[in-house]
Design a protein around this ligand. Structure first.
Ligand code: ATP
Ligand code: ZN
Length: 283
């Protein structure tokens, strides 16, 4: 029987979430930091642990069937792969940042200026699109210290909270791209049965993550008002309680809707509200 290979980051910002996602899909494997390959015991799959920069090419060339990697790395390596699923973690943006006290006010002010980055391909495309002519200085790391050292006038780097920029006296100036972790496959293989099964499992885990199981108690006379606020997967279950005039309502709702509605639910008479995580939602 055929065995698929999926490449994930060996260590770094995407490693833990990638491993967690695969484990939540019910895949059983050892996560030894020292090994390059880990077989999955209950699915025909092997996990390859690689540097993130190598993942897009491994997938493009078919050495791995699938990969989990940041969109920024895919764009920078200019590979031709199929995007299967956005994964909702590793969110960040690639931004141009400038020193706090400088005269760069518009994109045009970047003409003739030096920008340090580890993303020369993406930055070049961005500047070309905007018609800006800057000098791109490709460096391999610690981009944020380069203006302070007089090596560049600006930087183009990944930002999530902005804390690193701030502590280096820089401020975000222009958004180049936003990124998150993506499941990719080599082109033409998207419809393979095993790949489809894995996508289904991943989607059921992602759906569950965004959704909560909510149980609450309400007086029967307030039931209609409360259920009107709760659009469930289908409709909420209503369960009798020992106190005859009370019922319990069980439902599944998107977490973002829940926080918006919690005060309305209380006002409508909901009590003893319990919110629980869901492991998987299979449609
Ligand atoms: P490797 O050793 O695998 O080459 P790396 O040092 O290149 O790792 P990490 O810093 O671990 O990479 O980042 C991996 C990915 O995490 C990035 O390519 C990006 O998609 C995502 N990411 C999310 N937030 C951030 C952030 N604040 N800074 C950098 N990357 C981030
Ligand atoms: Zn890397």
């Amino acid at each position: 029987m055929k065995t698929l290979k999926i490449a994930i980051q060996k260590s770094g910002r995407l490693n833990e979430k990638s491993v967690e996602l695969l484990k939540n899909c019910g895949l059983n494997f050892e996560n030894y930091k020292s090994s390059l390959i880990s077989p999955v015991s209950n699915f025909p799959l092997e996990i390859l642990f690689l540097r993130d920069d190598d993942i897009p090419e491994y997938v493009q060339d078919g050495i791995a069937d699938l990969g989990i990697v940041g969109e920024n790395v895919i764009e920078e390596t200019e590979v031709d792969v199929a995007y299967l699923q956005r994964l909702g973690f590793g969110k960040c943006s690639l931004k141009i940042a400038v020193p706090n006290n400088n005269s760069i006010a518009t994109l045009e002010d970047l003409n003739g200026k030096a920008i340090a980055t580890t993303y020369p391909v993406i930055l070049k495309k961005f500047l070309e699109e905007k018609g800006i002519n800057s000098e791109i200085r490709t460096i391999s790391g610690s981009v944020e210290i380069s203006p302070g050292l007089g090596l560049s006038d600006a930087i183009c780097d990944l930002v999530s909270t902005g804390g690193t920029l701030k502590s280096n006296g820089l401020k975000p100036f222009a958004d180049v791209m936003s990124s998150e972790a993506i499941l990719i496959s080599n082109k033409g293989n998207e419809n393979d049965d095993l790949i489809q099964e894995l996508i289904q499992r991943i989607q059921s885990v992602l759906r569950a993550k965004e959704t909560k199981y909510v149980v609450l108690n309400v007086l029967k006379e307030n039931l209609a008002a409360v259920t009107a606020l709760l659009p469930g997967v289908k409709s909420p279950s209503v369960v009798p309680l020992a106190e005859p005039e009370w019922v319990a309502v069980h439902t599944v709702i998107p977490e973002r809707d829940f926080w918006d509605r919690i005060s309305q639910l209380k006002q409508a008479g909901a009590q003893g509200i319990v919110v629980m995580p869901i492991e998987k939602i299979i449609l």
